[in-house]
Design a protein around this ligand. Structure first.
Ligand SMILES: Cc1cc2nc3c(=O)[nH]c(=O)nc-3n(C[C@H](O)[C@H](O)[C@H](O)COP(=O)(O)OP(=O)(O)OC[C@H]3O[C@@H](n4cnc5c(N)ncnc54)[C@H](O)[C@@H]3O)c2cc1C
Length: 661
């Protein structure tokens, strides 16, 4: 049963919705972690809808950058009055959802304080600092950005210095070179007045590595930059243009406070870990939003015939359209599920770290790096598929894709460039490979199961067992991923060791293996994503929902096998005939998903505000609203543009006069 059916909607959507073989609310509850969460999302969305002062005055696609910022500043100033009424402020998911509804996708002027600056203060300050800065930070008496990246430096070699002056007992922060300028921190350009600055700590001519410093960059009252601070916006970007990413030059600045070392040196990265943990479900959500827009539009768009004379078909009936869109849907769901799992894992490990237990830190770090890299990359490619699937209208801002996709572009870069992150996963895998080769497991109790990488130590079947069984065997597919991941890990390790034996330094050998190291990392994350999806589906009760989830899982798993078939086939592990079974499974899953496709995307329960797309509207009334959208364009405020006669008009008039001569 589809709960979105409404009498006056587009008849094609009503027809699609009436075919649902499962309950869309049950699916929604599965996706959002239970019926109560689904209910709370609806209540929060209703609150947002009922409070017009939180809405954009015009679609932001029609606003200049300054107008976007002013609109977001306006909302930020009333946000606090509303959030306590709209949400349980102790529930991060409710807060995130309300934020998303109010500010939507293009960033906003308090975002970095909430997701990076303030969490850093919470996680990395001592008791005295907390007394001074915690409550006031929560009240937003100040707004803190997180300033790590520099114009031209790499993280390990940050050039910003924090030198301890023994005489005055003060730290002096400095940007000694042009490349040391902080560049990119969100909201630093104009909105925030405090920066958590990562700087190399120098005491007595000895460098203690990068450490965070709490630096007041603007006067709390006048908001003018403080002495020694040069700060501003870095200019327009691909997306996120409602965020003022900034530059910062520090000229002998004295931050407050004394230095207290963290419980563990890795805790300095806890803010980044938390953000990475949030990124994967966000990537899933973005991809599901793109799939929702494209699938709904494909259900109302009729173009061409399949059987001559039978009339124009919905473009969703073309197998190519299904093959383009449904895997994005399945991947989006896989990221949502894996993201939810790792977010919980991350919070638990961060608690452990605070208590001095860092035993799971490496596992967490590797999984977060890898998931962030894979989910952001695949979401970017997938959203582009969704855009292309909408033809010409996909290119219009009315589709929502220009804003959605251009903002997605930052996902592969922020919080660590994807390739650099994959290489970090590979470092972790190389440690495991060494353990396998030497038959020892450093620092691990063999009795303590570790689902993330235990498979690397197990003996998987030497032959791929994918067959043409009527019911696909997911275990066989998972074993194939495990086989490939282990093979690529050991191959990369052996090659590294051989290169070192031939005299290469570790660093040079590493660089010469880096493409293969990234492949191993991708294979490890693919295995993790597949296992999580299988585990989640296995926990579902209720046959109608289970059936549709299994269709999506079937598509997900076999599509991923197809993506990595070269690796599976090159050593004869998988045979040509098995590839045939894989493709058969994909096509079969596409046709099973087709009748439920609109109901699946309806189950996400995205509001029109979230979709921000004329093409993806819930009611399916696309064409009349495309006209309304176009008419709202500021260009159409005038019948004749004010500068027309000055240029084009004059040009045409002069040409006409010349031809009369
Ligand atoms: C929208 C946006 C918001 C941001 N917000 C913030 C913020 O709030 N605070 C903040 O501090 N920073 C922020 N950043 C900066 C961001 O974290 C960095 O841009 C990102 O980590 C990549 O670093 P980089 O720009 O120095 O890229 P580079 O390190 O210069 O990477 C360029 C290329 O070189 C390759 N490369 C680099 N190193 C290696 C290596 N070791 N091995 C192999 N290949 C390598 C990369 O794969 C990449 O292809 C933001 C960036 C963006 C785009």
């Amino acid at each position: 049963m589809n709960h979105q059916i409404k009498k006056d909607d587009n008849p094609d959507l009503i027809e699609e919705r009436s075919k649902a073989t499962f309950d869309t609310d049950a699916f929604g509850a599965f996706i959002w972690g239970g019926y109560n969460n689904l209910k709370r999302r609806r209540e929060i969305a209703r609150y947002y809808e009922d409070h017009k002062e939180l809405h954009d005055t015009v679609p932001i696609a029609f606003m200049t950058r300054e107008e976007k910022l002013e609109n977001a500043y306006r909302k930020a100033s009333i946000f606090e009055n509303h959030i306590k009424k709209a949400c349980d402020v102790n529930n991060p998911e409710e807060v995130r959802y309300f934020n998303w509804l109010v500010y939507h996708i293009d960033g906003h002027p308090t975002s970095v304080h909430s997701i990076m600056g303030f969490p850093t203060i919470i996680n990395q300050s001592d008791k005295e600092q907390q007394e001074r800065w915690l409550q006031s930070g929560e009240n937003r008496e100040y707004l803190a950005t997180y300033a790590q990246t520099e114009l031209g430096t790499n993280i390990k070699k940050l050039e910003t210095t924090a030198t301890y002056d023994q005489k005055t007992e003060e730290f002096i922060l400095n940007s000694p070179t042009v490349t040391s300028l902080k560049w990119w921190p969100g909201n630093m350009g104009h909105s925030h007045n405090v920066a958590i600055v990562m700087a190399q700590l120098w005491i007595n001519n000895k460098c203690y590595g990068p450490h965070p410093f709490f630096v007041q960059i603007r006067d709390p009252k006048t908001h003018k930059p403080l002495p020694g601070i040069t700060v501003g916006d870095i200019g327009p970007k691909f997306g996120l243009n409602t965020t003022d990413n900034g530059f910062l030059k520090l000229d002998h600045v004295f931050p407050n406070g004394t230095y207290v070392p963290p419980v563990h040196d890795k805790i300095a990265y806890s803010s980044m870990m938390l953000v990475r943990a949030i990124i994967t479900p966000l990537m899933g959500e973005n991809l599901c939003i793109g799939a929702t827009i494209a699938i709904r539009y494909s259900a109302i768009r009729r173009q061409g015939e399949i059987k001559p004379g039978d009339g124009e078909v919905q473009i969703l009936d073309y197998q190519t359209q299904q093959h383009r869109l449904f895997p994005q849907l399945a991947r989006g769901i896989a990221f949502l599920l894996a993201g939810r799992n790792t977010y919980n894992f991350c919070n638990n490990v961060l608690k452990d770290i605070k208590n001095g237990d860092v035993s799971l830190l490496a596992d967490l770090h590797a999984i977060l790096c890898g998931l962030k890299a894979i989910s952001s990359y695949q979401a970017e490619l997938g959203l582009e598929q969704c855009r292309m699937a909408c033809g010409g209208h996909g290119y219009s801002a009315a589709s929502g894709f220009p804003l959605l996709n251009s903002n997605q572009f930052n996902g592969v870069t922020v919080e660590g460039d994807n390739l650099v992150l994959l290489l970090q996963v590979a470092r972790y895998l190389m440690k495991r490979a060494k353990e396998i080769r030497y038959e020892i497991r450093y620092g691990q109790q063999p009795s303590k199961p570790n689902e993330i990488y235990d498979y690397l130590f197990d003996d998987a079947p030497k032959k791929c067992l994918i067959d043409q069984a009527y019911v696909p065997n997911y275990k066989n597919v998972l074993e194939s991923f495990e086989y490939l991941s282990k093979k690529l890990t050991l191959q990369a390790y052996d090659k590294l060791e051989q290169l070192k034996q031939r005299g290469r330094t570790s660093e040079v050998a590493w660089n010469e293996c880096s493409v293969e190291l990234c492949k191993a990392a991708r294979a490890h994350i693919r295995t993790f994503l597949a296992r999580t999806f299988i585990n989640e589906v296995n926990q579902v009760n209720g046959l109608p929902l289970l059936t549709v989830l299994k269709d999506l899982l079937q598509l997900y798993l076999f599509y991923e096998v197809k993506e990595c078939m070269a690796g599976l086939m090159e050593d004869g592990y998988m045979l040509g005939q098995q590839l045939h079974y894989v493709k058969k499974n994909i096509y079969e899953a596409l046709s099973k998903i087709r009748p439920n496709a609109v109901s699946i995307v309806d189950s996400f329960d995205f509001t029109d505000r979230e979709l921000n797309s004329v093409l993806g509207r819930r009611d399916g009334h696309v064409y009349e609203n495309l006209l309304k959208w176009a008419q709202a364009s500021p260009l159409n405020k005038h019948d004749v543009l004010p500068f027309h006669h000055k240029y084009l008009g004059r040009m045409m008039e002069e040409a006409r006069q010349k031809s009369r001569l």
